[in-house]
Write a protein that binds this ligand. Structure first.
Ligand code: UD1
Length: 420
């Protein structure tokens, strides 16, 4: 199992190119299941979850491969089963349910288990697909869905704006008979990217990026070439890396227009973030960092995927900041690790009070999930002395070439293999 060894305290300076978005690429790759012809994607990040998705597409009968950021998916005879061994390593595997039902009228997908950041059920996906005519049984840990007469358009209102649920239903609705209306839909930029991909394949979708999405079903989707949007969470993580190390970074290909909530809070905390023709320039302002409060919400609110990293910024700020997590339960697993590095954080229910102004010190720490791992890397970069971040396979799920990108801007970070 790999770990990062980080020698902290170096201000990061230089240019970082933002990679393609993991959370956009996953559903867009899954959408190839619903497409009849060959599809070619570029700006796909080279990440563990992407490799898992490609494996899943191959198991499902597509011919998919990744080379230099380009994924080609060729047609084959579609299978219907997403096995436990893959789904257990990546919850997003459940995104094949909608397109499989739409194409085959049948799908068998292992039920995703619990995960480190809470229960994360898929009830909204299933009840919405039922409204479209699907029938589900739970057999031996698998969700087995059928719709022998095909999916039909329906009026669906989600109980909460679910990103994966909106994506699954969007893919299913493209090939359903008639009109589907998705109300209380999630508005994340990755959903807009998925809709844009589907539209390029011939789908008829309106309202993506708003709470009501309308889809008119079509007979078939045709192939196309598509460029995946840049990763706003990776970009946000690097903005904070500039802040906590007192450095100055230029981020190229940074999707700043999709990052308003994060950029506003970083500015309120004392960072200077400027859009320039070359990219987005970030550093800490003359007055230093000060505590501000955040509260995670569905887009366009502050993203839960930036909560852990923002907490590290608050540890390095003067004053205190209240961090409220409203999307997932159990998403404060990084807190105890940060406390081991000298942070002063008190959790009460879904809120964490961070008292800043203390110098973090290096320590051995353990990543419990992807964004918690990213936060520990940031803390290591800011800390005095050596930090060893263990279980970085979590980080590898979502950050492309993280140590190479950080080392190129001056960080002292290396990957080591450790016996488990
Ligand atoms: C996606 C992102 C993840 C991000 C999250 C919220 C991907 C691959 N993952 O996850 O990085 O943190 O959005 O922005 O894009 N819920 C239910 N029932 C359901 C579905 C969801 O109760 O059927 C709840 C969840 O438990 C959670 C909330 O709704 O509390 C939001 O979850 P959702 O938006 O679906 O997150 P994911 O799509 O799993």
């Amino acid at each position: 199992m790999d770990s990062f060894i980080i020698e902290g305290g170096v201000p990061l300076r230089g240019v970082i190119e933002i990679s393609g978005s993991k959370n956009a690429a996953l559903p867009i790759l899954m959408a190839s299941i619903a497409v009849d012809d060959e599809v070619c994607y570029d700006n796909v990040p080279d990440l563990r979850d992407i490799h898992t998705t490609i494996k899943l597409l191959n198991i499902l009968g597509k011919e998919a491969s990744l080379e230099n950021g380009v994924v080609r998916v060729k047609n084959g005879k579609l299978g219907k089963e997403a096995p436990y061994d893959l789904v257990k390593t990546m919850r997003a595997s459940v995104l094949c349910l909608g397109p499989l039902l739409a194409r085959l009228g049948e799908a068998k997908v292992s039920l995703p288990g619990g995960c480190a950041i809470g229960a994360r059920p898929v009830d909204q996906h299933l009840s919405a697909l039922e409204k479209m005519g699907a029938v589900f049984d739970l057999e031996n840990g698998y969700i087995h869905g059928h719709c022998p007469d095909g999916l039909r358009g329906a009026h669906i209102r989600f109980d909460m704006p679910t990103v994966g649920g909106t994506e699954n239903l969007l893919m299913a609705a493209c090939l359903a008979r008639g009109e589907t209306v998705l109300e209380n839909a999630a508005r994340e930029p990755e959903i807009v990217d998925l809709a844009n991909f589907l539209i390029k394949c011939g789908a008829r979708i309106e309202g993506q990026g708003t709470t009501i999405i309308r889809v008119q079903g079509v007979e078939r989707l045709h192939g196309c070439s598509y460029t995946v949007m840049p990763d706003r969470i990776e970009a946000g993580t690097f903005l904070i890396a500039a802040g906590v190390t007192g450095g100055r970074l230029l981020l190229k290909n940074c999707p700043v227009s999709d990052m308003s909530a994060v950029v506003d809070k970083l500015r309120a905390a004392g960072m200077v973030i400027e859009e320039t023709p070359e990219g987005v320039l970030a550093c800490t302002g003359e007055k230093g960092l000060t505590g501000v409060d955040i509260s995670t919400r569905p887009h366009p609110g502050f993203p839960t995927d930036m909560q852990a990293q923002f907490m590290v910024l608050m540890c390095c700020a003067q004053g205190s900041g209240l961090v409220e997590e409203n999307i997932f339960e159990n998403r404060f697993m990084h807190v105890q690790e940060l406390v081991r590095m000298g942070a002063d954080i008190h959790v009460t229910g879904s809120s964490a009070m961070v008292r800043g102004g203390r110098r973090l010190t290096g320590a051995p720490v353990m990543a419990s999930d992807l964004r918690a791992g990213a936060a520990l890397v940031l803390a290591g970069l800011a800390a005095e002395g050596e930090t060893r971040v263990q279980r970085i396979y979590h980080v590898d799920r979502g950050y492309e070439h993280l140590e190479a990108k950080l080392a190129a801007v001056g960080a002292r970070i290396r990957r080591v293999k450790e016996a488990d």
